[in-house]
Design a protein around this ligand. Structure first.
Ligand SMILES: C[S@@+](CC[C@H](N)C(=O)[O-])C[C@H]1O[C@@H](n2cnc3c(N)ncnc32)[C@H](O)[C@@H]1O
Length: 367
């Protein structure tokens, strides 16, 4: 546990009859379907875009530190109560009286996503409204830390979800997953940074979530690299970068001596060009089958020795979600020991699949 109000010896919270799940705005139906398919002990309760609650079958309870088998769930926890008032001061006063508010290691407060990430400048994370309310809470609370600090592994997090500005749902979770350490399951990235595309943030989140640490001088190839957000991120990390795309890359990327542009489509590239590659990134406008076929042909080529892959798999519709387990199996069969999927907070209608050849690499690089 972190050095905060956390050191309190107050009893840990008990499980509640309900859990909450946060997902991308618009992904509710697919998320419900995915979760119910894997967790028949849950029953749908309340739902708003980006926010769902489920009732847990008391005969088949979940453990206190539960995890869900879901690609679309951004984060989740126990749903305990809700506060309603049009007066923020009143809400804060009620909040400060709530059990476990003082004892939790961290307090996370966020608004459900109001639209699709990337639409009209919207980005996931702690909104301006949530920041302002967080400061008001800090000013009134006895806690020694501030609202919305990252949690450490296994910290008890007190959750405040602003489902509406005047309707706050309260809950808690233990930070047993990497995304469980971030407010609302979204890493707090500097989204005002000038980037060539949002792929910069997607790749950054993918690495934070998966624990992959790409080292300087690693050779990274990206298929579907234009205009160059992900390459910008990799070049900032001093990698040798090969961008594969028939479309134009940004001039600044092309001017970087550590960058090589193969101005072709994936199937026109000679497989031997992938021999020096450590990490393969793919972000093509293809359906998941097309991307997986492309990377399978690269992995199967003699002399290609990838450490891992970070794939963005595009979903023209949600019918791909029930097929994700099969996709994971397909990638495992290519010889990757760890294969994980998640719809990143910064993803749009797509999800991320990471594959790691040898799990020891991951342990060595864990932050
Ligand atoms: C979402 S954009 C990629 C964004 C990019 N990753 C970035 O960081 O800016 C998709 C790209 O995939 C490229 N693409 C589509 N099919 C491809 C293929 N078969 N081989 C290589 N690139 C492809 C398109 O030209 C397009 O530039």
């Amino acid at each position: 546990m972190s050095e905060t109000a956390a050191t309190s010896t107050k009893a840990t919270p008990a499980v509640s009859p309900f859990i909450f799940v946060v997902c991308q705005n618009g992904a509710e139906a697919a998320t419900k379907q995915e979760i119910l398919a894997h967790h028949p002990n849950l029953k749908l309760s309340f739902s708003r875009p980006g926010f769902i609650t489920f009732k847990v079958d008391p005969e088949k309870p979940l453990p206190l530190r539960f995890t869900l088998k879901s690609t679309l769930a951004r984060t989740y926890g126990w749903s305990t109560s809700k506060l309603k008032s049009e007066n923020a001061d009143e809400l804060i006063d009620q909040l400060l009286e709530t059990e476990h508010f003082d004892a939790a290691s961290r307090v996370h407060l966020w608004q459900r996503d109001l639209t699709l990430p990337g639409k009209n400048g919207f980005e996931p994370g702690v909104s301006e409204l949530a920041k302002a309310i967080g400061s008001q809470i800090d000013a009134k609370s006895k806690r020694t830390d501030q609202v919305n600090q990252y949690a450490a592994a296994d910290d008890l997090v007190f959750d405040i979800i602003m489902v509406e500005p005047d309707q706050w749902w309260l809950g808690f979770h233990y930070a047993v997953t990497p995304a469980g350490r971030w407010p609302g399951g979204a890493p707090m990235l500097e989204v005002t940074k000038e980037v060539f595309s949002r792929a910069y943030f997607k790749l950054k989140e993918a690495l934070l979530w998966s624990g992959i640490k790409i080292k300087p001088a690693d050779v990274c190839a990206e298929i579907g690299s234009a205009p160059g957000g992900a390459c910008q991120f990799l070049l900032e990390h001093d990698c040798e970068v090969i961008g594969i795309d028939s479309a134009e890359m940004e001039d600044e990327i092309l001017a970087n001596p550590k960058f090589t542009h193969i101005r072709r489509r994936s199937f026109e590239v000679k497989k031997k060009d992938f021999k020096p590659v450590d990490w393969l990134v793919a972000d093509m406008n293809l359906d998941p089958g097309g991307t997986l076929e492309t990377v399978a042909s690269i992995c199967g080529y003699e002399g290609v020795r990838l450490k891992g892959m970070v794939l963005t798999l595009k979903m023209s519709d949600w019918s791909y979600v029930p097929k994700i387990s099969e996709m994971i199996k397909q990638v495992r069969e290519l010889g990757f020991q760890v294969v994980k999927t998640r719809q990143l907070a910064f993803n749009r209608r797509e999800f991320c699949l990471v594959a790691i050849k040898n799990k020891i690499t991951l342990r060595k690089t864990k932050r």
